[in-house]
Design a protein. Sequence first.
Length: 410
Amino acid sequence: MGKIYHVDGYLEPMVAVLRDTLIYCDGSLRVEQVEDGTRELVVEIEVEGEGAGTPVITAKGTMRSLVITFRSGAERSSFSVESDDDDAEDAFHEFAMRLNFFRKSKRLPPLDYNRFYDIDREEVPPLTADNYSLFQGAYLDKFLDLLDKKTRGISIWNTGGKYSIIRYSENARITKYLCRENIPVYQSFLEDFRRFYGFTDAAFVFCRRGKEQHVFFHVKGKGLYHNTQDKSLEFMEDAYPYMEMLLDSIQDYLLEGREWWEDSKPVYEYRPDKTGKRYTLYFNDMPTEMLINAVSMMGPDSLRIMADLARNEEPSSVSGSTKTYTGVGLPPPPNVAALFPGMGQAIPNSAKPNLPPPYMNRGPIIWVAEGGDGGKTMRPYLTLNTAIKKELGYVDRIFKSGNIATIVKS
């Protein structure tokens, strides 16, 4: 018979984004693993009553091995799985995450994960002098070991389905994966714990399951402290295997220190997509946020931009007075206008002189790199060869600084 999850009201902003995504897909959606083509999500989408108020959207298909149905109308939304052994609520969150990956691949605004998987302070009881106690029993040994060893000295946030966990400490080396706006919240809990219980080296541990939220504190040599007044004990007794899984699944490359990076022999390369117009940097077979994209040059500034890029280009060969840039001969100084006559000029007798006619070919291609600096800059290059060479040098500097974890996707 399967199971059905009636989506909770606090997720209505998420549902609105999912609805927009499914309408954008225009009838069907397929999300595959880039490496091997494994089908992660395949659904057919129906939209009923699109011209009258809020349409009813139904998406039916498969997610991994699950048969799923998502249905959303004006009054409520539901998500069902045709299996009695699977958690429909958990599967719904997986569905949302896969749609979010799709949105990012299309450069659409992503879901606000912080809103649904990070702390909502109003839903967590305040810390007082007498409402925290030490866990008893050995069933948390592996979880405590992961907090004490694998993730010690870092701050990390990991999410899977409806579960999420955050570990924060004041002396953390890595904080990239935390919501910056919520770090003062974590810090205030630590300060309260220090003031009331006297521990100066505790780590803040936040666990969430759907809407349910709990704050714990880990103290080395002592163990895990829980709130005695909000069912934290019962939560951890039930959910600790998922919390262990989230901590254990954090990749080692996110956790290691600078010495590990310096002693390693990294392999990083740019790999093209199927179109050959987008290259993604892979670090030891793991995708990163470093990209190189083909961009068509159009408009009156194109000649100047390409000439500027050509002046900084490293020629692949030099013969007499001619420098060759990946098969394009440019006599010095660079004469880009000679290569692309008429580019950037108004079209004679055109009704719209600033726009090319629809049958004109697009302008020449340059290559624009991004990533590695928090998305602050875009780095243009005249040729792909130079883009890859320069960007690999940039990545090597990041690697040797010990900060490669800041660009590898979590």
